[in-house]
Design a protein around this ligand. Sequence first.
Ligand SMILES: C[S@@+](CC[C@H](N)C(=O)[O-])C[C@H]1O[C@@H](n2cnc3c(N)ncnc32)[C@H](O)[C@@H]1O
Length: 281
Amino acid sequence: MPEHDDIKTMKLYTNVERIQNELAARGMLESEYINPLSLCEVDSMHYKGMSAIEAVIAAMKLESSSTVLDIGSGFGGTARILSESSKCATTALELQRDIHEMAEYLTKKCRLENLVRHVSGDILTLDLDKLGGGIAFFDGVVSLLVFLHISDKRSLLEKCAKMLKPGGTLFVEDYYCRSPFSEDEVKSLMEDVYAFDLPTRDEYISHLEASGFHNIQFNDKTSEWTIYVQERVLKFVSNRSQFEDIHGEPTYLSLLHFYEAVAKLFSAQSLGGVRIIAKAK
Ligand SMILES: C[S@@+](CC[C@H](N)C(=O)[O-])C[C@H]1O[C@@H](n2cnc3c(N)ncnc32)[C@H](O)[C@@H]1O
């Protein structure tokens, strides 16, 4: 099993200062207040930005009394928009310290610190009492493009089930294995994406059931996401000079490598994308 800091081999997680560079370029760095919706292009590391978050709000039927746990919250964009839109209380758990600190800074800039609480730690090892009100406290658990980094799905899903109230909603976007990967794909998944031991559809569903979930929806997103990641490369390449003016060539090349690796994996069709919505018993 890889060590914690190994996740930094994935090029999306280096050059964290790119967020501040981007804010400066957009004239937002000096502002006393930033509208969280205006950060969506900057702070999101999942696919299809706002539309994924709108799907979370609808699936969880969020309102001001709701409590949500966002696992692997990254720069905190999802958590902020959930709370901004519905006034729910969101706990944002993030593994990487530098990303967690940037997320906290952005939440303060958006004046959402009363609704969004940031916690730094690993979902597999953290004392669950540190997350909001602890066990069976949350109406919803959301996690967008995080589980692919965690090979022990059973322990992970059992933690999710434990954190949810009975009848609470799990909303996950993740990768899965549609057909056996080639050796090169396994290597790329490991080195470029930091993804290991991706389950098949049937394995995923049986982990969910064994962890105490029912009413499981397994919505395949492969075609949609393949187009999304292919277009992301084209857009990134066509904006090269603008991007390099703000962030420099090394950051451009590093992100390009990551975006191309993901597009290649999806285009080969063994890698699948899924949106899972399930209920805790
Ligand atoms: C692709 S990013 C997605 C971030 C965020 N969900 C979003 O949609 O923008 C995955 C995030 O999961 C975090 N992560 C990975 N393993 C984790 C773990 N065991 N516990 C908590 N966070 C984790 C990573 O540090 C990274 O920030």
